[in-house]
Design a protein around this ligand. Sequence first.
Ligand SMILES: [Zn+2]
Length: 128
Amino acid sequence: MHEAAIALAVVREAEKLAKTLGTKPKLVEVVVGELQSIDLEVLGEYIRMNLREALPGVEYKITTEPPVLRCEQCGYEWRLDMNTLDPDVKEAIHFLPEALHAYVKCPVCGSRDLTVVRGREIRVRVHG
Ligand SMILES: [Zn+2]
Protein backbone atom coordinates (compact mmCIF):
# COMPACT_ATOMS: atom_id res chain seq x y z
CA MET A 1 0.00 0.00 0.00
CA HIS A 2 2.51 2.65 -0.98
CA GLU A 3 -0.40 4.89 -1.99
CA ALA A 4 -0.78 5.85 1.69
CA ALA A 5 2.86 6.91 1.93
CA ILE A 6 2.70 8.80 -1.35
CA ALA A 7 -0.50 10.59 -0.28
CA LEU A 8 1.17 11.68 2.94
CA ALA A 9 4.21 13.01 1.07
CA VAL A 10 1.91 14.81 -1.40
CA VAL A 11 -0.02 16.52 1.38
CA ARG A 12 3.18 17.49 3.23
CA GLU A 13 4.49 19.02 0.01
CA ALA A 14 1.17 20.81 -0.53
CA GLU A 15 1.40 22.27 2.99
CA LYS A 16 4.90 23.52 2.27
CA LEU A 17 3.82 25.05 -1.05
CA ALA A 18 0.76 26.60 0.58
CA LYS A 19 3.05 28.48 2.97
CA THR A 20 5.06 29.99 0.14
CA LEU A 21 1.81 30.90 -1.62
CA GLY A 22 0.99 33.25 1.28
CA THR A 23 -2.72 32.64 0.98
CA LYS A 24 -4.90 29.61 1.51
CA PRO A 25 -4.87 27.51 -1.64
CA LYS A 26 -8.10 26.49 -3.31
CA LEU A 27 -6.76 23.51 -5.16
CA VAL A 28 -3.95 21.01 -4.86
CA GLU A 29 -3.01 19.51 -8.18
CA VAL A 30 -1.17 16.21 -8.25
CA VAL A 31 0.48 15.28 -11.54
CA VAL A 32 1.28 11.58 -11.74
CA GLY A 33 3.55 10.12 -14.40
CA GLU A 34 1.72 7.37 -16.27
CA LEU A 35 4.49 4.88 -15.52
CA GLN A 36 3.81 5.05 -11.81
CA SER A 37 2.16 1.79 -10.89
CA ILE A 38 -0.22 3.19 -8.34
CA ASP A 39 -3.96 3.02 -7.98
CA LEU A 40 -5.15 6.57 -8.58
CA GLU A 41 -8.50 5.98 -6.90
CA VAL A 42 -6.83 4.68 -3.75
CA LEU A 43 -4.30 7.52 -3.87
CA GLY A 44 -7.12 10.05 -4.23
CA GLU A 45 -8.89 8.61 -1.23
CA TYR A 46 -5.78 8.87 0.95
CA ILE A 47 -5.08 12.39 -0.28
CA ARG A 48 -8.64 13.40 0.56
CA MET A 49 -8.29 12.02 4.10
CA ASN A 50 -4.91 13.65 4.75
CA LEU A 51 -5.90 16.92 3.14
CA ARG A 52 -8.99 17.21 5.30
CA GLU A 53 -6.77 17.41 8.38
CA ALA A 54 -3.85 19.36 6.95
CA LEU A 55 -5.64 21.88 4.73
CA PRO A 56 -9.36 21.69 5.42
CA GLY A 57 -11.63 22.84 2.64
CA VAL A 58 -8.99 22.57 -0.06
CA GLU A 59 -9.93 20.59 -3.15
CA TYR A 60 -7.58 18.27 -4.98
CA LYS A 61 -7.23 17.11 -8.52
CA ILE A 62 -5.15 14.26 -9.90
CA THR A 63 -3.95 14.46 -13.47
CA THR A 64 -1.67 12.11 -15.36
CA GLU A 65 1.18 12.88 -17.68
CA PRO A 66 2.52 10.72 -20.51
CA PRO A 67 6.04 9.35 -20.20
CA VAL A 68 8.94 10.90 -22.11
CA LEU A 69 11.43 8.48 -23.63
CA ARG A 70 14.87 8.98 -25.10
CA CYS A 71 16.59 6.75 -27.62
CA GLU A 72 20.17 6.01 -26.60
CA GLN A 73 21.12 5.23 -30.19
CA CYS A 74 20.06 8.39 -32.00
CA GLY A 75 19.15 10.72 -29.14
CA TYR A 76 15.55 11.23 -30.24
CA GLU A 77 13.17 12.21 -27.41
CA TRP A 78 9.44 11.83 -27.52
CA ARG A 79 6.26 11.59 -25.49
CA LEU A 80 4.78 8.16 -25.50
CA ASP A 81 1.04 8.32 -26.02
CA MET A 82 -0.12 5.40 -23.89
CA ASN A 83 -3.45 5.39 -25.72
CA THR A 84 -1.77 4.24 -28.91
CA LEU A 85 -0.67 1.03 -27.17
CA ASP A 86 -2.62 -2.18 -27.11
CA PRO A 87 -4.63 -2.32 -23.82
CA ASP A 88 -2.74 -5.44 -22.67
CA VAL A 89 0.58 -3.79 -23.35
CA LYS A 90 -0.57 -0.65 -21.61
CA GLU A 91 -1.48 -2.65 -18.53
CA ALA A 92 1.81 -4.59 -18.60
CA ILE A 93 3.78 -1.34 -18.74
CA HIS A 94 1.66 0.20 -16.02
CA PHE A 95 2.52 -2.58 -13.60
CA LEU A 96 6.02 -3.23 -14.82
CA PRO A 97 7.52 -0.15 -16.50
CA GLU A 98 10.60 -2.20 -17.45
CA ALA A 99 8.34 -4.14 -19.84
CA LEU A 100 8.32 -1.02 -21.97
CA HIS A 101 11.52 -2.08 -23.68
CA ALA A 102 9.84 -5.20 -25.01
CA TYR A 103 7.01 -3.30 -26.69
CA VAL A 104 8.26 0.14 -27.60
CA LYS A 105 10.98 1.12 -30.03
CA CYS A 106 12.40 4.38 -31.27
CA PRO A 107 10.17 5.81 -34.02
CA VAL A 108 13.22 7.21 -35.80
CA CYS A 109 15.81 4.41 -35.81
CA GLY A 110 13.90 1.43 -34.40
CA SER A 111 16.26 0.86 -31.47
CA ARG A 112 14.95 -0.55 -28.21
CA ASP A 113 17.78 1.02 -26.24
CA LEU A 114 15.50 3.50 -24.52
CA THR A 115 15.70 5.52 -21.35
CA VAL A 116 12.69 6.77 -19.45
CA VAL A 117 13.35 10.50 -19.05
CA ARG A 118 10.07 11.24 -17.35
CA GLY A 119 7.03 9.27 -16.37
CA ARG A 120 7.54 7.97 -12.86
CA GLU A 121 7.54 11.14 -10.85
CA ILE A 122 4.77 12.77 -8.90
CA ARG A 123 4.60 16.53 -8.84
CA VAL A 124 2.50 18.71 -6.58
CA ARG A 125 1.20 22.16 -7.40
CA VAL A 126 -1.03 24.40 -5.37
CA HIS A 127 -3.37 26.94 -6.87
CA GLY A 128 -4.59 29.97 -4.94
ZN1 LIG B 1 16.55 6.18 -32.20
